[in-house]
Design a protein around this ligand. Sequence first.
Ligand code: NDP
Length: 309
Amino acid sequence: MVLSLICPTKDPQPWMAAIQAIAPDVDLRVWPDDGDRADVTFTLVWAQPQGIFAQYPNLQVISSMGAGVDNLLQDTSIPEQVTVVRMVDPRLVSQMGDYVLAAALNHGRQFSRYGQQQRQRQWQPLAPLNLDQITVGVMGLGQIGQAVAQRLGQVGFSVVGWSRRAKAMAKVQVFAGPQQLADFLSASKILVCILPLTPETENILNVETLGQLPPGAYVINVARGHHLAEADLLALLDNHHLAGACLDVFRQEPLPQDHPFWSHPKITLTPHIASLTDPVSVAPQIVENYRRLTAGRPLLNPVDRRQGY
Ligand code: NDP
């Protein structure tokens, strides 16, 4: 039984070291030099070459190296019987909380506007805002979104949330499904997108939905670039409906040099670093799933392939 790492865009060494440190008995290989592929039952993958799984006749488990599985599930070579699992990790969750909190506070305390004033040597106090007057809307109330919503609430923001199915959360008003999206959007002065990318959520941040945010709203996208219709965002920033945006993810990454986001005065951007998987932190769940596969027990953090997340 071999565990093969297929991650052409990531350095496999820290992952190998983290797994070997706690499970020296696991037979680890790295694609493309992973020997006889008939021996491989478990793969740990990120940005795999499309179609690669057809080369692994005895594959049983594919584990994403991250929380998102959108790219992985587009691969039509994943056999029906293979189980797909993903990372669910407290460190990933808390990093995302830090990022969203920083972006929301940066906007709430008007640091971007003071930055513009500083460059113009302009001493101009702006009307202060209390955090409880700012309602943050969190789209996607999964492992990460729920924790982010709670964290924003703890520092004093009013928080509402939106997910596919209704759910109860302390101190967060939860809206559910397409029929409650408009009410959710009209309440959100800061909109945070932490949805998985699926056919239903692709381009969900568009002129129609962003246009339903209150005037002067702020958008934070930490999910996937394909959630955002980029030209629609630019139009709504330029006609002053939106005050600004903080973006960590883009339709094309790295963001092309000539992309208008780079120099837009109302956009803050980061290079897809909102929350990074730490191999040491997630190695125990990878090894646990490998052991569960060996013992024929149900795996941790399975993905519903039909649902797409
Ligand atoms: P989960 O699968 O735990 O949660 C997904 C949430 O989105 C659920 O609340 C789900 O609703 C909701 N949802 C899914 N589809 C819809 C829909 N059509 N309409 C309304 N709500 C929907 O995901 P995570 O919280 O673990 O991660 C979310 C995403 O964050 C990842 O898929 C990844 O793309 C992104 N991410 C980005 C990172 C970065 O560095 N920028 C790092 C880590 C993750 P319900 O609860 O009803 O099922």
